[in-house]
Design a protein around this ligand. Structure first.
Ligand code: CTP
Length: 405
């Protein structure tokens, strides 16, 4: 999670009485780490699972448990707490609290707070699967959503009661990402983006191949940033050890030829194509069916060129807005602007390989028709946000978004 994504945001996290309350502690920590000011409201049942001390330590703020809290001079904690909050997040939300919210009950601090609120409400249900499937809960969840609350999850999986099924609260990382996404500006709303990322692996025989040291980190960070900015993202990835970013559709491939096929399968109608992958320029002219045995003599591999996926997409009659990456070991300006022109791209993200390949941070320069725009040295996650900002600006000027965006 990038450090500053929730900078300046104020959130109320409400914890109700379910075993998943222990995960709320981690959620509060993550939201704080992302820069949010967190105020925790703990219901009586919630406090049976985790004590206020834990939430006070993790949020750095006093915990609110009582409607009649004497700390608030005007006795209006239920009004004051939500007035300048950007959102209230109930995690976990029990079947009981959901039912009470739906009926507009206001018999404790949390329900009163929700009824009096002027900010959005995000609800992460957690309950036994039978309770989740009960017609009353189904009805209540539908009503809660139609009242404007955003229902996050639940997930299927093992439950504290020993059963398996729907009703597990989403993991803290997923909930934190959902909050970030909910509150993020959406400059790419209505856009569909196809991207490549990672290295390719060109087989020599069943156990060997040609690849490179690309980690996929920049591409995955950019896919996440695009999705957060409201885009629908199709990521085509070479082999990496990375988790698929939240809210991104991902096709895993190995070779450049497979990557080209996977891109072609989704490119029609895309608004943007971003080639982040370090595609191998050459592949063995044929992969041996069986493992090559050593003979003691030298071995010569015969290589043939791979297709240039980015150049092919940019040359399509219905070419989307095309963004390329240039990783160079010298003369970055010259090579990057050369690629911008030669491949007929609208934007190139350039970096020196010694600054960023395989690492967590990077130093990059953006190139477009207006010239060069250097960005400060930063983490790949932060740079991804900056690239998205620049891309969204160019895109808005070049291709106004379709209605609704
Ligand atoms: N690219 C691609 N398909 C290839 C090769 C590259 O889509 N077969 C894309 C990369 O994803 C990146 C850009 O093209 O966006 C990189 O350009 P390229 O000229 O291939 O870079 P290098 O391979 O480093 O080129 P050179 O060897 O000429 O420096």
């Amino acid at each position: 999670m990038t450090m500053n994504l929730l900078e300046g945001r104020k959130l109320v996290v409400a914890v109700t009485g379910g075993v998943a309350a222990y995960k709320a502690a981690e959620l509060v920590r993550l939201l704080g780490k992302a820069g949010a000011q967190v105020h925790v409201v703990l219901t009586r049942a919630g406090a049976r699972f985790v004590t206020p001390v834990t939430f006070q330590a993790l949020s750095g703020n006093p915990v609110w448990e009582d409607l009649w809290d004497a700390r608030v001079p005007n006795n209006m904690a239920h009004i004051d707490l939500s007035r300048d909050a950007d959102a209230i997040v109930i995690a976990p939300a029990t079947a009981d609290v959901i039912a009470r919210l739906v009926h507009g009950l206001a018999d404790d601090l949390l329900t009163t707070l929700c009824l009096a609120r002027t900010c959005p409400l995000l609800v992460a249900p957690a309950m036994n699967r039978q309770m989740w499937e009960h017609p009353a809960t189904r009805r209540n969840i539908g009503l809660l959503a139609s009242d404007g609350a955003l229902v996050l999850g639940p997930d299927a999986g093992d439950q504290a009661c020993g059963e398996t099924g729907m009703g597990r609260m989403l993991e803290p990382e997923t909930l934190c990402e959902a909050v970030v996404r909910f509150l993020s500006p959406k400059p790419l709303a209505g856009r569909r983006i196809v991207m490549t990322a990672g290295p390719t692996f060109e087989a020599i025989d069943p156990v060997r191949g040609i690849t490179n040291i690309s980690s996929g980190k920049m591409g995955y960070a950019l896919a996440l940033a695009c999705a957060r900015a409201g885009a629908e993202v199709d990521l085509v990835s070479g082999p990496t050890g990375l988790a698929v970013p939240e809210g991104v559709r991902c096709t895993m491939v190995r070779s450049a030829l497979q990557m080209r096929d996977a891109v072609n399968a989704v490119i029609t109608g895309a608004d943007v194509f971003i080639g982040v992958a370090a595609v191998a320029d050459y592949r063995p002219d044929q992969a041996e069916e069986h493992k090559i045995k050593k003979t003691g003599d030298g071995l010569t591999l015969s290589l043939v060129p791979n297709p240039d996926i980015l150049a092919e997409v940019a040359a399509r009659p219905d070419a989307p807005f095309c963004v390329g990456f240039a990783a160079e070991s010298r003369d970055l300006d010259q090579y990057a602007t050369g690629k911008l022109r030669a491949k007929r791209l609208q934007m190139v993200v350039g970096n020196l390989v010694q600054d960023g390949l395989g690492t967590d941070d990077n130093r990059i320069v953006l190139y477009d028709a207006d010239g060069r725009h250097p960005l400060p040295h930063a983490s790949k996650a932060l740079l991804a946000d900056k690239i998205v900002e620049h891309l969204a600006g160019l895109l808005a000027a070049a291709r106004p978004a379709r209605s609704g965006a």
